[in-house]
Design a protein around this ligand. Structure first.
Ligand code: PA5
Length: 437
């Protein structure tokens, strides 16, 4: 089971502040449970893990098995909450050099999460001549980035492998009834899965949005869901502790939370976490800024700032108790590199000592440190971690006094982009924006 340790942060916030935040966290958890807070029409994620039934899991697994068997590549098209959860879990579980090794089923690639011209060009070049399919994911069904990627990829798939193949190897995950994607899927006869109305994008990884690509990549979605159920059915202590401490630190002037990992495979877990907390809490002029680093890599870049820069940060370190593989440092007769003092020891042990040394150094440098322990990086633990972060986010958002389940700020760039692109209906803004450029 995942655990949290707060002792390296306790000194950084006033005891009374921590007590007050604990009471606020308990009140926020009650608001969440009672469903009477802001954004309460988006609480479908709260009891989602325990409500996923056999029929839903079996349907996702059957679709995944077919795609995995028929295709060499599956392109998951989506952005934000329709992308990051699947990406985070797949990257955490995959062989990190899977792209360069033979595959036993379809490889999952991602598109629609940017508008990079070269990115899509290179992806389309890779797909040419292969058997492939698409999982297109958009709750609204109208998001520009995935819509553009899907138009291009769908066209290529139909041209290269035929309309019949395309219709059978495109799966749409979208709203039950609304949006352009739903209309298109119905018209083309695609297989579909529904994103429930009351589950927002960034809370949707345990719906088919995350589960289907994760299952296509060959991972055990039942264990992932079981991990989330572990936390859902337990008490709220973990979430209350995390929400209490991060808010106490925030009120003590620590405005930036850095999620730290010492395992390269957790890089995208941090990207998912940044979206979850950034989009949920950053509003009404408030909110902890969620940042992330990959150590020890970033100790050689951001390490200086963290040790010695402005003291407005705290760290939340993801520590992993058990490694999946074993690599032992060999003895060298000449010892010219001076490493014989660690010969015979596992790389994981060296990494762990680096982590402990870093944590102590950062605390000494005025950076409070919360530690979240993961028994190992596997499906069950990731399921626990995902639900833990989601629920703590709901609690923390209510403590901050914001609606954690909306994202009004995301619209600003879209309106400007539409006006600058000349989208019908935005004519009035175009000239004013162009004059400012
Ligand atoms: O969390 C959210 O709601 C957003 O990040 C969305 O997931 C993102 O904007 C993609 O939206 P959609 O699934 O409607 O294409």
């Amino acid at each position: 089971m995942i655990k949290i340790d707060t002792k390296a942060a306790l000194g950084a916030a006033d005891e009374k502040e921590i007590d007050a935040m604990r009471r606020a966290a308990e009140a926020a958890a009650r608001t969440l449970a009672d469903g009477d807070g802001a954004g309460n029409d988006f609480l479908g994620w709260l009891h989602l893990p325990s409500s996923i039934d056999e029929e839903q899991l079996a349907a996702v697994e059957a679709c995944a098995a077919r795609l995995r068997h028929d295709c060499e590549f599956i392109v998951a098209v989506g952005i934000g909450g329709s992308y990051l959860g699947a990406k985070a879990v797949i990257e955490a579980l995959n062989d990190q050099f899977a792209a360069y090794k033979p595959a036993s089923g379809a490889r999952v690639l991602f598109a629609g999460n940017n508008i990079g011209e070269d990115y899509l060009h290179d992806l389309m070049g890779l797909l040419a001549g292969h058997k492939w399919g698409i999982i297109v994911i958009s709750k609204s069904g109208t998001t520009t980035e995935p819509a553009i990627a899907f138009r291009l990829l769908k066209g290529q798939l139909e041209r290269e492998l035929g309309s019949e193949w395309a219709a059978r190897h495109i799966v749409a995950i979208t709203d039950a009834a609304r949006g352009a994607l739903r209309g298109l899927a119905t018209q083309q006869g695609y297989d579909t899965f529904v994103i429930p109305d009351n589950v927002g994008g960034r809370f949707s990884v345990l719906t088919p949005v995350g589960l289907l690509p994760i299952a296509v990549a060959g991972f055990d979605i039942r264990a992932l869901v079981a991990g989330a159920v572990d936390i859902e059915r337990g008490d709220d202590e973990l979430m209350l502790t995390y929400a209490t401490m991060r808010n106490a630190l925030y009120h003590s002037g620590k405005k930036i939370e850095i999620l730290v990992n010492f395992e390269p495979r957790l890089h995208f877990l941090a990207e998912w976490w940044k979206q979850l907390y950034g989009e949920s809490e950053g509003k009404d002029g408030k909110g902890i800024f969620p940042a992330s680093v990959d150590f020890t890599t970033d100790l050689h870049s951001m390490g200086q700032w963290i040790q010695d820069g402005e003291r407005t940060i705290f760290e939340t370190v993801l520590t992993v108790e058990r490694q999946l593989s074993e690599v032992v440092i060999p003895t060298d007769e000449t010892d010219l590199d001076g490493l014989n003092y660690i010969a015979g020891r596992r790389l994981g042990e060296v990494n762990h000592k680096a982590e402990l040394g870093t944590r102590l150094a950062h605390v000494d440098g005025g950076v409070p440190c919360l530690v979240i322990s993961l028994p190992a990086i596997d499906e069950r633990t990731l399921g626990q971690l995902i639900y833990f972060f989601e629920k703590a986010c709901g609690i923390s958002g209510y403590m901050l006094g914001v609606n954690p389940f909306n994202q009004p700020g995301v619209e600003a760039y879209k309106k400007n982009m539409f006006a600058l692109l000349g989208k019908p209906g935005y004519e009035a803004q175009t000239a004013a924006l162009e004059a400012r450029l």
